[in-house]
Design a protein around this ligand. Structure first.
Ligand code: FAD
Length: 432
């Protein structure tokens, strides 16, 4: 019999919790990856850069496994059907994997667990993608935190060196199932094309020291761009958090804690994936002008900082955090377009898309979330530009025609009128 290790968003061999326990299970370990049609069939863009990234990562993992005399078994199917095939084709002693927290993933795992158990196969899952999950950092009364600062305080007081320690997975790779390489379905066979978007590298340590001073200026590379690697587990959160912890200034570590805070929130309040955390905010009467939404998506609003951000997103799959806040505030407040439209557009484009952080960020901007900016605090795009892109370097990079007023579009709204309209709409919804 074999133990199967099912790779999902933990695409690395070293410091991988579930893989470590699989390798120590006493049975040879067969690594499996499923290109899940339940997810892939819903993607709108055939050249989705995240699919290319996963594909390339799987290819290099397969090569690395081959060096250890093993391989990766790769299936292209709906996950639940793939498991029918795996159960039929292999004598499986147990299945190992890492916890996956998004609503679709937990439902999928419940179904897979039930199916495996019907066949007497245990399904063992481990914490891997966070330092603290769901119920590990909660209030003394057992309830989840809904405000970040006390959560952060508790996070630090719960931390012990053990939580940052790497799993020595590599030591046990000799326990992999020994076999010839299996074929890998091509991107084309799965209906995708290779993306031309350059993918971010894994360096992050360089930004930690000056992060506090530099992180708010989109014209400089003051942030790590590590989000995509965290999303797919091509880096270990324990390595990142341990490195961050060793620095005197903890600002960057605090951002990693925000990530866990939002994951915890989505777990305890799953309705927030498409409903306001504060229900009264679902009463807002959105205008939802499709033309204005289109202008926002394309970066043609006539507000240079908004247009620069949206064009950065469309071109690179990344947008600086400060600018994410500005464009999200603009969409939900100046244009009175439902934050869910913006959330979905980001989900389609962001390489580092993470449902918990994206929903958290959007609800923060719309004023409807945990810990949100009060609704009457509405970002002024020009004031934000003066503060965070004073030399217009970021704007000039992404909106080169800005210098020529005859070519650059006129603003699609008047900010001060839009501000009044927003205040009125929010007031009306919240007064009921
Ligand atoms: P760094 O600044 O170097 O931070 C390191 C890591 O910490 C990030 O990669 C991320 O994992 C985490 N982090 C940083 N800031 C936050 C934050 N505010 N909330 C949660 N985690 C954070 N982040 C995502 O990972 N995925 C998303 O889909 C996402 N959508 C967002 C939508 C909006 C409207 C807003 C305002 C923010 C969103 N964020 C999202 C949070 C943040 O903007 C990004 O994590 C950050 O810009 C990624 O760049 P970086 O990797 O260089 O981050």
């Amino acid at each position: 019999p074999v133990s199967i290790f099912w790779f999902r968003r933990d695409l690395r061999l070293d410091d991988n919790a579930g893989l470590y326990y699989a390798l120590k299970s006493g049975n040879p370990v067969l690594p499996v990856f499923i290109f899940d049609r339940e997810i892939l069939d819903k993607l709108q863009d055939k050249d989705d850069a995240r699919v290319t990234f996963i594909y390339q990562t799987i290819e290099s993992l397969s090569i690395a496994l081959h060096k250890h005399g093993s391989t990766m078994l790769i299936l292209y199917d709906k996950a639940i059907h793939a498991w029918d095939k795996l159960i039929k084709d292999h004598n499986i002693a147990a299945v190992y994997t890492n916890h996956d927290y998004e609503p679709y993933a937990t439902k999928r795992d419940d179904r897979v667990r039930a199916k495996l158990e019907e066949h007497g196969i245990p399904f063992k899952t481990y914490k891997d993608q966070v330092i603290f999950e769901k119920d590990e950092v909660i209030k003394d009364d057992g309830k989840p935190y809904t405000v970040y600062t006390p959560y952060q305080r508790k996070w630090y007081s719960t931390l012990k060196p053990f939580y940052l320690k790497a799993y020595p997975t590599k030591k046990y790779l000799k326990n992999l199932y020994q076999t010839e390489a299996f074929p890998i379905p091509s991107l084309k066979e799965m209906g995708f094309e290779k993306s031309n978007i350059p993918l971010p590298d894994k360096s992050y340590e360089g930004v930690i020291k000056d992060y506090k001073e530099q992180r708010d200026f989109p014209a400089i590379k003051g942030t790590s761009h590590i989000g995509m690697h965290l999303r797919f587990g091509t880096v270990s959160i324990r390595e990142l958090a341990a490195t961050a912890y060793s620095h005197d200034d903890k600002t960057w570590l605090n951002e990693l804690i925000w990530r866990e805070f939002y994951m915890m929130i989505l777990h305890h309040f799953p309705h927030t994936m498409d409903h306001a955390f504060r229900p009264e905010y679902d009463r807002i009467h959105w205008i939802n002008d499709e033309k204005q939404f289109d202008a926002w998506c394309k970066g043609e609003t006539g507000f240079p900082i908004i247009d620069a951000g949206m064009r950065e997103l469309n071109t690179t799959g990344f947008m600086h955090n400060r600018v994410r806040m500005i464009v999200a505030s603009f969409l939900s407040k100046d244009l009175l377009i439902d934050w869910r439209w913006g959330e979905r557009y980001f989900a389609r484009k962001l390489l580092d898309y993470e449902m918990a952080s994206n929903v958290g960020g959007w609800q923060w901007a719309a004023g409807s979330g945990t810990d949100a900016a009060p609704y009457f605090r509405i970002f002024n795009p020009d004031a934000q530009t003066k503060k965070f892109d004073p030399e217009l370097k970021y704007i000039k990079k992404w909106v080169p025609e800005y210098a020529d007023f005859s070519k650059y579009p006129k603003p699609i709204v008047d900010h001060s009128k839009a501000r009044d309209r927003c205040l009125a709409a929010f007031k009306k919804a919240l007064a009921k």
